[in-house]
Design a protein around this ligand. Structure first.
Ligand SMILES: [Mn+2]
Length: 316
């Protein structure tokens, strides 16, 4: 499949890369790294990256606005995204051909040429593997972007990093491409004291059911009190892993500006992706998100997750 992907890339002069809405470092890292790899090895090709800019992660690169003319004779490469409806910044139906590279469980079958490997740590790992396997040159900034995606999606090798392949790629990035982890950690992990205080609020207010479900609701007033915005919760979620009595945890955050309740959930055993797909969300088996209409939908999710936790305990 690696060769097939390379052949299809060679066939097109114009390539548009896209990833999921609400981009994280793996989505951004994989798209921008692939853009740089293509540009380095095939300098004449036009390569664009679609999607809304993410102000926190300017490091990865600048997004392009995709105009109608750009779709003409263009190849779509969708990265880190299992479903068409969450593609950011492009209309899938305007492309004749597409490639999909992803590590989420499949939702839509939308491309004939695809790599889907749910055992891969990240989409970035798949891009590095593809680049090395095809003997393509890897620019330094692409290597750095890939490194950041792997580190972010595994939360510094805390999960989804049980295969030697992941470590081999990271070794190559550090040894051959001279990636400097400490410089990059600063970009990924530096945060404000307000965010740390919000984490304190979540820790103090998380209710835990007897089945091991933790949940917190954060109102717009809470956000204002702490001087943070509704996006701040995302990076805090991973810090509740490996806690006795906590199997699954979910945080609901009021987002007044967009009129939704942002929801983010993690689990260290119960499979939660199917439940979130019912609420127009989704993600990984153990890490999901959704945008809900109201806190009453949040209560429904709490009940359903608690039920899943109970069944999970029974199975154990
Ligand atoms: Mn990912």
């Amino acid at each position: 499949m690696n060769k097939k992907i390379l052949d299809l890339i060679k066939k097109y002069n114009r390539i548009i890369l896209a990833r999921h809405v609400g981009a994280d470092p793996d989505a951004l890292g994989s798209t921008f790294a692939l853009k740089e790899i293509i540009k380095e090895n095939f300098p004449k090709k036009e390569v664009y990256v679609a999607g809304a800019p993410v102000s926190r992660f300017k490091f990865f690169g600048t997004h392009d606005k995709i105009t109608d003319e750009m779709y003409e004779n263009a190849l779509l490469i969708a990265l880190d995204i299992p479903d068409i409806k969450r593609l950011d910044g492009v209309d899938y139906y305007k492309f004749k051909e597409s490639i999909k590279i992803d590590h989420h469980p499949e939702i839509d079958k939308y491309s004939d040429v695809e790599i889907i490997d749910v055992d891969a740590s990240s989409t970035c790992e798949l891009i590095a593997d593809w680049c090395y396997d095809c003997n393509l040159k890897m620019p330094k900034h692409a290597a750095e972007s890939i490194f950041m995606g792997i580190i972010a999606d595994t939360n510094r090798f805390l999960f989804g990093a049980n295969k030697p392949e992941t470590y081999k790629i990271v070794l190559d990035l550090v040894e051959k491409e001279k990636v400097n982890p400490n410089e990059l950690y600063e970009i990924l992990y530096k945060r404000s004291m307000s965010e740390v205080r919000l984490e304190g609020f979540i820790s103090l207010n998380m209710k835990i059911t007897k089945n091991g479900l933790g949940f917190v609701k954060i109102t717009d007033k809470d956000l204002k009190d702490y001087g943070v915005d509704s996006a701040s919760v995302g990076s805090i979620m991973n810090n509740y892993n490996f806690i006795h009595g906590l199997i699954c945890w979910v945080v609901f955050t009021e987002d007044i500006k967009n009129g939704v309740i942002r929801t983010s959930a993690r689990s260290r055993g119960v499979k939660i992706n199917k439940l979130f797909e019912q609420y127009n969300g989704g993600g990984h088996v153990y890490a999901c998100g959704a945008k809900l209409k109201s806190f009453s939908e949040a209560d429904e999710i709490i009940d359903k997750l608690d039920q899943l936790c109970m069944e999970y305990k029974e199975d154990e």
